[in-house]
Design a protein around this ligand. Structure first.
Ligand code: SF4
Length: 300
């Protein structure tokens, strides 16, 4: 579970959680961007490549420029990276019409899900394709696009009330939703289905993130102090930070190494550093280095 145990002369042990940080989909998208930026001065990325402003800044220094879907129609003959969330068919069409070259960094897990939804839609056009996910989220837009915009997105049971329970339902989930919420939704729909209509559901939640709650709780319970590194804008960061707080009453949310305050470090012997799915490893390592510098200051 723990990747890096570093011990300084004050016998303080700092451990970085090996399960925190980017999932493989994001790692893959960032390495594709870096690879392209080796040979190009500029690369466009459709939307934020990751919800972390420090990492965005690092990539922007290398030449990555974030654009919106609206910009797609005004950019021509350029290279455009599609991030891990995936895109609807419409995006590929517009890019082609404007002679843009796509670097497709869509996560393979998301691409498989898109394919599955497309097949379900085409093989049973009368069924309601339902996606448990966040309305307007980039991944969800890409999934809905596989059904020519016909899939219904439900965020909760209240949204699900509006489904037609006399018609077949094929239910999928956005990859980053919680298993608990998905199982509840299945139960909710099952109880309302009216024969002969049927419910078919597919658990399409990505295990790269589904297991993080349990793992981070286990990690955070082991230390005198936990520093949670994340971006205030990251919703996944908020959730995981709260999980740490449930098992440890000495947890601080920080966004960079500069946020490490000397007062945090008094009277602690073990320190755990962890973060969100959008937190880069280098940022957690910077925090570890800063802890040692501050520790030395404290002991002067
Ligand atoms: S599907 Fe899983 S691995 Fe792929 S981008 Fe989403 S969370 Fe990451």
């Amino acid at each position: 579970m723990m990747k890096k145990d570093l011990q300084n002369k004050n016998n303080v042990v700092v451990t970085i959680d090996e399960n925190s940080g980017f999932c493989f989909g994001v790692v893959n998208a960032i390495s594709k961007a870096e690879e392209s930026l080796h040979s190009e001065d500029n690369l466009y990325c459709l939307g934020d490549i990751v919800h972390n402003s420090q990492e965005q800044e690092r990539l922007s220094q290398l030449g990555l420029r974030v654009i919106t879907h609206k910009d797609l129609t005004t950019i021509h003959n350029a290279k455009i990276l599609l991030r891990a969330h995936g895109e609807p068919p419409e995006t590929y069409r517009i890019a082609q019409e404007n002679a843009n070259f796509i670097i497709d960094a869509s996560c393979p897990v998301v691409l498989r899900l898109q394919k599955k939804i497309k097949q379900a839609f085409e093989s049973n056009p009368d069924a309601q394709i339902v996606i448990y996910g966040k309305i307007g989220h980039a991944e969800v837009n890409g999934l809905v696009g596989q059904t020519r915009g016909k899939a219904v997105v439900v965020e909760n049971e209240q949204d699900a009330e509006k489904l037609d329970f006399t018609k077949d339902i094929v239910l999928f989930s956005q990859t980053t939703k919680s298993l608990e919420g998905f199982n509840k939704l299945i139960q909710f729909i099952k109880e309302r289905m009216q024969k002969p209509a049927s419910l078919v559901y597919y658990d399409t939640i990505c295990r790269q993130v589904a297991n993080r709650v349990v793992r981070i709780r286990r990690f955070a319970s082991n230390f005198d102090l936990v520093l949670f590194v994340g971006d205030k804008k990251s919703s996944n960061g908020k959730v995981l930070f709260e999980e740490c707080c449930k098992v440890n009453n000495n947890v601080h949310f920080i966004s960079s190494a500069q946020d490490v305050d000397k007062s945090f470090l008094k009277n602690v012997k073990t320190i755990g550093i962890c973060g969100a799915t959008s937190t880069p490893k280098w940022l957690m390592e910077d925090v570890a280095k800063e802890i040692y510098l501050k520790m030395e200051d404290l002991n002067k």
